[in-house]
Design a protein around this ligand. Structure first.
Ligand SMILES: Cc1cc2nc3c(=O)[nH]c(=O)nc-3n(C[C@H](O)[C@H](O)[C@H](O)COP(=O)(O)OP(=O)(O)OC[C@H]3O[C@@H](n4cnc5c(N)ncnc54)[C@H](O)[C@@H]3O)c2cc1C
Length: 368
């Protein structure tokens, strides 16, 4: 069997893997990206690219290409709770990303769907020399003091080859087989919700009625709602039971759910893609094991509600990640609801041992 060498083997070729490849290539470090899927994401999860992420993308010249697909100028402004899109509005909610970075950052956040963002990252990574291989699965790896040996298999042909790398970067998602193989556990509040998202095409202008909708939460689908996507597409998110997967959402059920959410009983939507996902907050116990690094969802997952920092569990879960808030000069006020005292004690101990509480002039705590 042939063995090839690369300085860095990146496992996973979605947003984290492609970003890693683009940054490595920018620094003239060759890499191979192995992704078992056939292509970049068809189903968008990401829409908001934060100002901080835009700053680092800007450092490798990616900002102009991302601004080309950034549709924040036409982004709706209202987050509403309604009986259905066409039906009665119940109330207006505060938009999740309403902070401005004017004066503190040279850039601002971008709004672009993941299915448009990843091809931009891929093009840049390849243009700068990264070797990105879709349809390529990592089967196995081992490491020694000098590097990593990995076995890759082509999904189409079954051809196998070994790759010797100085480093392996695991961008292989929340279930990260690499992290599992290394036996690295995760800590944090855990998984606290299960959702199913469907991307579809339909003319909903009648139901929108000229309103500027950013998100329409639907009362009968707690934690779910309708989100406008690019090119006139929409995404419906509904709660699901933890055991329900794609087979439990046949086309008939999906169309019924879309009709309920839109309030349009005769709507004939075209289903583009669908995906189950989990809401959770978990951080890997460590991000490195010898010559292997964890990046992206493999390293940590966060809920998409924007609850970064005001909640003790999430604050602790973000320790050691870029999401941890800057507490310099801050008064730390912790609020937590329905948390047993022993858990609060454990989390405060963790913050104290991590040095986060050192030098804080005062700390308050609200428990209810
Ligand atoms: C509904 C929703 C909305 C979101 N909105 C936002 C947002 O607005 N902004 C934001 O920043 N984040 C958002 N997120 C989070 C964001 O989508 C994820 O953090 C991000 O997509 C994770 O990317 P990743 O590359 O780390 O992992 P993934 O996208 O999961 O990619 C991992 C890849 O590794 C591959 N892989 C796994 N095992 C192997 C193997 N053995 N061999 C080869 N390949 C392998 C998989 O096939 C997969 O493609 C959202 C998430 C959800 C669910």
């Amino acid at each position: 069997m042939t063995e090839e060498y690369t300085p860095v083997l990146v496992v996973g070729g979605m947003v984290s893997g492609l970003s890693t490849a683009a940054f490595l290539a920018h620094h003239k470090v060759p890499c191979i990206v192995a992704e078992r899927r056939a292509a970049t994401s068809r189903h968008p999860r990401i829409r908001g690219v934060s100002a901080r992420t835009m700053e680092v993308f800007g450092q490798i010249g990616l900002e102009p290409a991302i601004r080309e697909i950034d549709d924040s100028a036409t982004e709706g402004s209202r987050v509403i709770l309604a009986e259905s899109l066409a039906g009665r509005e119940i109330k207006d909610l505060v938009p999740p990303h309403n902070q401005t970075f004017e004066g503190v950052s040279p850039t601002v956040e971008a709004m672009c769907d993941q299915d448009l963002l990843e091809p931009v990252l891929l093009e840049r990574a390849q243009a700068m020399g990264a070797d990105v291989r879709y349809g390529t699965r990592l089967l196995w790896f081992e490491q020694d003091a000098d590097g990593v040996r990995a076995l890759l298999r082509s999904v189409d042909t079954g051809e196998e080859r070994t790759v010797r790398a100085s480093y392996l970067v695991a961008c292989d998602g929340t279930h990260s087989p690499v992290r599992e193989r290394l036996g690295i556990g995760r800590d944090g509040p855990g998984i606290f919700g299960h959702r199913y998202s469907v991307l579809f095409e339909a003319d909903l202008s009648g139901a929108v009625r000229g309103r500027s909708i950013k998100i329409c939460l639907i009362e009968r689908f707690p934690g779910g709602g309708l989100l406008p996507r690019h090119s006139g597409r929409w995404q419906l998110t509904v709660p699901r039971n933890s055991h329900e997967g794609p087979d439990d959402f046949p086309a008939g059920r999906v169309v019924k759910l879309i009709r309920e959410a839109t309030g349009l009983p005769r709507l004939d939507p075209v289903i583009v893609s669908a995906e189950p996902w989990q809401v959770g907050a978990l951080v890997a116990e460590r991000f490195q094991d010898g010559r292997v690094f964890l990046v992206g969802d493999a390293a940590h997952i966060m809920p998409s509600t924007g609850g970064f920092g005001g909640n003790l569990c999430v604050l602790v879960a973000t320790l050691g990640t870029q999401d941890f808030p800057d507490l310099d000069g801050a008064i730390l006020l912790l609020e937590d609801v329905d948390e047993p005292p022993y858990k609060v004690d454990r989390m405060l101990t963790q913050l104290r041992r991590a040095g986060v509480l050192d030098g804080r002039p005062g700390a308050g705590q609200v428990l209810s």
